[in-house]
Design a protein around this ligand. Structure first.
Ligand code: PAF
Length: 281
């Protein structure tokens, strides 16, 4: 049975009890609206730990005033049902005041991999993510935490957060879960109309093509320009970025290194992100 707690004190008491019993604890931080991608993170957590905690908290600090905080899908009853079926031991579902009490005035800003890409379009995003993830790690004291590779820059930022602040949490990236057409699972896919969904499904195919061209030695600038055009031709309205980066530091990609092609593109009111691997040649 999934135990549901809303306070940091109850969360900490339960995790400390487990750890005192010698059990290994994993955390999967989420904003709810759970889909198969999230369930795969829980599975990865349960394979490596004795107890799995899932946090469900729509973090206001990572939304800009123009973004979809109010509209972000909230479905706690359905989510708790999913956690139960996935065998999750504890759900942490704090209110905003529990996480950010009156007078809260601290922010964590991670350098390195947060530069560029998402930050060029959502300047406060990673400060919001790092602040809440840092708090969740301190609140729950997990041995390990699992994040999806779909939010690849976020995964790199969280790893850097732990390294730089000596947080004793092993951060594990889990592969992106895709539908039969390759569209990466995302809570925001719920915003897409049937027509937009067909367009969205082109994104991963175009990314894979670009990554394979880079792997075969194609010119990076020309490949990225062609990928941008192809994404627009597929029906996307705006390409925020499509770039090749080194896979750990997210510095510009060097041909002999493992890399990622990362994209953010807008379709109607929905902004989609995705990434694929470039294997070192
Ligand atoms: O990826 C998400 O859902 C969020 O950014 C996270 C990591 C739960 C922090 O709010």
């Amino acid at each position: 049975m999934t135990v549901v707690v809303e306070t940091i004190a109850a969360l900490r008491a339960q995790v400390r009890t487990w750890r005192a019993e010698g059990l290994k604890v994993a955390l999967v931080p989420t904003m709810g609206a759970l889909h198969d991608g999230h369930v795969s993170l829980m599975r990865a957590a349960l394979e490596r730990a004795d107890r799995c905690v899932v946090s469900i908290f729509v973090n206001p600090r990572q939304f800009a005033p123009t973004e979809d905080l109010d509209k972000y899908p909230r479905q706690l009853a359905l989510d708790l049902d999913r956690l139960e079926k996935a065998g999750v031991h504890l759900a942490f579902t704090p209110g905003v005041d529990e996480v950010y009490p009156q007078g809260f005035a601290t922010s964590i800003s991670v350098g390195g991999p947060s530069a560029g890409l998402e930050t060029d379009f959502r300047p406060a995003f990673f400060d919001g993510v790092a602040t809440v993830v840092g708090k969740l790690f301190i609140q729950s004291e997990p041995d390990l935490a699992v994040f999806g590779e779909k939010d690849y820059q976020q995964l790199c930022v969280v790893k850097k957060l732990c390294r730089d602040l000596d947080l004793p949490v092993e951060v594990l990236g889990s592969p992106t879960i895709r539908d039969a057409e390759g569209l990466a699972m995302s809570s925001r896919n719920a915003y897409l109309s049937a027509e937009e969904l067909e367009i969205a499904r082109q994104l991963n195919k175009l990314l894979r093509k670009a990554a394979s061209q880079l792997q075969s030695g194609a010119d990076e600038q020309a490949t990225m320009a062609a990928a941008r055009m192809a994404i627009l031709d597929a029906g996307f309205d705006v390409v925020d970025y499509v770039e090749a980066r080194e896979s750990v530091t997210l510095a510009p990609w060097q041909k002999d290194r493992n890399g990622r092609v990362l994209v953010a593109a807008r379709l109607g009111k929905t902004r989609l992100i995705d990434n694929v691997e470039i294997a070192a040649s």
